[in-house]
Every structure is written in C-alpha cells, then in structure tokens.
Design a protein around this ligand. Structure first.
Ligand code: NDP
Ligand code: 8X3
Length: 258
C-alpha cells in the first residue's frame, strides 16, 4: 500500500458530494489538499470542518473548470509548495435535465459537455505534464454507470460520461511507459446534490430518485477512490463500477414500497 502522507491531492468539485467525501478521506490519511470548485464559501466551510478533526494543509481554488483561461491561470500559478500534484481527482461534473434528446435544452447540453468533458480535459492537460516530468502521479476520473449504459432521457449526460470513459482509456494508453496511473471510478446511484442540480433545484423530484432504495453514499465512492490511490505502484486499477445493492443496471433498481 502507498502512504498518502504529504501527497498533494487536487480534487475538483470538492464543495459537495463525492468530491467533499474524497477530501475527508484523503485528509484523514495525511494528504495535502488542493480543493477546487466554484463555490468558495462552501470550500471554506469544509476546511473549517476538516480542521476540527485533522491537521490538514489545504489550498483552495475558486475555479470554474469550463473556463480554460481560468484553469490555465490558476493551475500554472500554484504556490511553489503546491505545484507537485501527486493525485488528480477529476470529479467536478453535473447532469442537467432528463429530457428526450429531440426536446433537449441547448443550455443544459452545453453545461454538461463543457463541465464533464471539456473541463476534465482542461484540468488534465495542465496537471499531467508535471506528473510526467516528475515521474510520478495518478489521475482518478469519476465516470459513471451512465458511461457504460444509456438510459431514456440520459442521452447527453450519458454521452459525456462515455467520453470520460474514452478519455481515461486514451490517457492510460498515452502514458504507457511512464509510472503515471489512470483510474476511472464509475458509480451508480449516489445520493448527493446531483439530482437537485439535474432537476434545476426541484428537491421533491430529486428525492424521488432515491425513494424506496438504499443508494450509495459519497463516502462509499470516496472509499473506492482511496483504494485505487493506495495500491502498490505497479498496480493500476483501471476501472471500477460500483452500484447500490438495490441497483442492477442503469435502469433496473429495486424499490421497497414505503
Ligand atoms: P454534487 O452536485 O453533490 O457535486 C458536484 C460537484 O461538482 C460540486 O462540488 C460542484 O461545485 C462541482 N462542479 C460542478 N460544475 C463545476 C464547474 N463548472 N467547475 C468546478 N466545479 C464544478 O454531485 P456528485 O458529488 O454526485 O457529483 C460528483 C461527480 O460524480 C460528477 O462528475 C457526477 O457526474 C459523478 N457521478 C455522480 C453520481 C450520482 O449518482 N450522484 C453517480 C455517478 C457519477 P460548485 O457548484 O461549487 O462548482
Ligand atoms: C449518475 C448516475 O444513473 O443518475 O451518473 O446517471 S445516473
């Protein structure tokens, strides 16, 4: 097992859900954290919480991963003690809407493609060269079961996660011969703010997504991310699909009547 002590871990989308849970597990294990998201206030609250429990060194980045100039500017101007990113967790992402493709909203499509695909590419493009020159590093992308199976109304979100799958595979191929590892952690239903974001703030509709089943928690996913990050250097966990026991496929779930 690899120790995470003093490893520099950059987590995008750290202000909520899976990203926030990853921050906690990596803090618990002595890593130094660069936490990025658009909502800086949320990140500051998280640091206050983390500091109650752990003596974590944290550097915060207010960052919209869709903005390539901003990504370049913040990632190429990291303070000296934060430039050597050991682990990049590309987690920032979202779904918008569940409309049929032919009725879809252009703005929703743009947000998903710009965040889940282009944003992930931008961050990767600015971080991986340093990993290559230092001869160490690990990129962990948060994909989804939606990248493996398409579901009605999932169209563009599923396409964006299928793109993440292809990018993870392509990156690994392009880094072959270096010690850099690439993993994709691909969950099924996880209860976070994800569905509230998908349904543009409709909390009732969001709650119904998880009704009658026991979804994964963000901590369940963070646990798998941690597992990937701590294997021996010669072991690359390429892809992990994890789903709630109550879920068999992207569309087949077991709901108990409440
Ligand atoms: P949350 O909505 O709880 O968290 C999403 C995070 O992404 C937030 O921290 C948000 O921060 C950040 N984010 C969104 N857009 C941007 C942006 N443009 N720039 C920077 N950060 C951004 O959802 P989850 O924790 O569930 O989602 C995390 C990842 O997990 C996503 O990639 C999602 O697709 C994936 N996933 C989720 C599943 C689920 O069922 N919940 C299942 C499978 C995969 P902020 O708004 O502050 O910028
Ligand atoms: C999130 C899981 O099934 O809602 O990626 O698309 S799903």
């Amino acid at each position: 097992m690899i120790s995470l002590q003093d490893k520099v871990v950059l987590i995008t989308g750290a202000s909520s859900g899976i990203g926030a849970a990853c921050a906690k597990v990596f803090a618990q294990n002595g890593a130094k954290l660069i936490l990025a998201a658009r909502r800086l206030e949320r990140l500051k609250q998280m640091v206050a919480e983390l500091n109650k429990e752990f003596e974590t060194q944290v550097y915060l980045l207010q960052l919209d991963v869709r903005d390539r100039d901003q990504v370049e500017s913040v990632l190429t101007r990291l303070p000296d003690s934060w430039t050597s990113v050991d682990i990049l967790i590309n987690n920032a992402g979202l779904s918008r809407g569940l409309d049929k493709l032919h009725e879809g909203d252009f703005q929703d499509w743009a947000e998903m493609i710009d965040t889940n695909v282009k944003g992930l590419l931008y961050v990767t493009r600015y971080i991986v060269p340093g990993m290559v020159s230092r001869g160490r590093g690990h990129v962990i992308n948060i994909g989804s079961i939606a990248g493996h199976q398409t579901y009605p109304g999932g169209n563009v979100y599923c396409a964006s996660k299928a793109a993440v799958k292809a990018i993870s595979e392509g990156l690994k191929q392009d880094l072959l011969g270096t010690p850099i590892r690439v993993s994709s952690v691909d969950p099924g239903l996880v209860e976070t703010e994800f569905s509230q974001v998908r349904f543009h703030g409709d909390r009732e509709r969001a709650k119904n997504v998880y009704k009658g089943l026991t979804p994964l928690t963000p901590d369940d996913v963070a646990d798998v991310v941690y597992f990937c990050a701590t294997r021996s250097p010669h072991v690359n966990i390429s892809e992990v699909i994890l789903m709630p026991t109550d879920q068999a496929t992207a569309t087949l779930v077991h709901r108990r009547i409440e």
